[in-house]
Design a protein around this ligand. Structure first.
Ligand SMILES: [Zn+2]
Length: 220
């Protein structure tokens, strides 16, 4: 009998987790739940609210995976390894960080999370490309301007894209450094395992990593 997409996606996602753990010398000892979401998938079955912003995104993008932070659940409508690799990257990162309730640190932690997700997806599928061509922070030179840009993106429902744009931009650079042996495995692990605890640490770490990978310094 042919294997169902549910079984195929589950098996492939766990394989990717083990591959990434081997690559980065990590041993998490836990697995996320993984679901294939076809047209008739009922989110109530996995106790996810129909109004969850993740579900909205699924309707916008034809091939997408999503990681539900609180429930440690990965959903995907595709077997594409790059997509599954990104969600596994979020799961790995989530083993070391908590949820942030304030916008400044949520932004920092989310952008770092997308960086790690994109980096992991490139380790699995090196051909994966960021769909984001611009950098909203390119012409920004102060924290005040950066905050205004973040707030205006929230207002225009562009927060999801801003977080991904910034994360993918840094993730691409991190990947290039890593495959060129210009950043060590140990340093990458340190970035992934940083709990981002302490006053505004998630945001400050985002600024530090952005400067490290893009050379763009914002004084604070
Ligand atoms: Zn992501």
């Amino acid at each position: 009998m042919k294997k169902s997409l549910q079984i195929l996606i589950e098996e492939r996602t766990y394989d990717i987790l083990f591959e990434l753990e081997d690559e980065l010398n990590l041993n998490l000892g836990v697995l996320p739940e993984v679901y294939y979401i076809g047209r008739n998938f009922n989110f109530g079955d996995i106790e996810i609210d129909k109004k969850d912003p993740g579900i909205k995104m699924l309707k916008i993008y034809p091939e997408i995976g999503f990681y539900f932070f609180q429930k440690k659940i990965i959903i995907s409508n595709t077997l594409k390894e790059g997509v599954l690799g990104e969600e596994i990257g979020h799961f790995i990162h989530h083993n070391f960080v908590k949820d942030f309730s304030d916008i400044v640190n949520d932004f920092g932690a989310s952008a770092i999370g997308e960086m790690i997700g994109f980096f992991c997806s490139k380790l699995i599928d090196y051909k994966r490309k960021s769909p984001y061509k611009s950098d909203n922070f390119q012409k920004i030179y102060s924290l005040k301007e950066m905050m205004l840009e973040i707030k205006s993106c929230i207002k225009e429902e562009g927060y999801f894209d801003l977080v991904h744009q910034q994360g993918y931009l840094m993730g691409e650079k991190l990947y290039n450094l890593y495959i060129s042996n210009l950043i060590s495995k140990k340093e990458v692990r340190k970035i992934i395992q940083n709990p981002l605890n302490g006053h505004n640490q998630a945001f400050l770490e985002f600024l530090r990593l952005r400067e490290k990978f893009t050379g763009h310094n914002i004084p604070f």
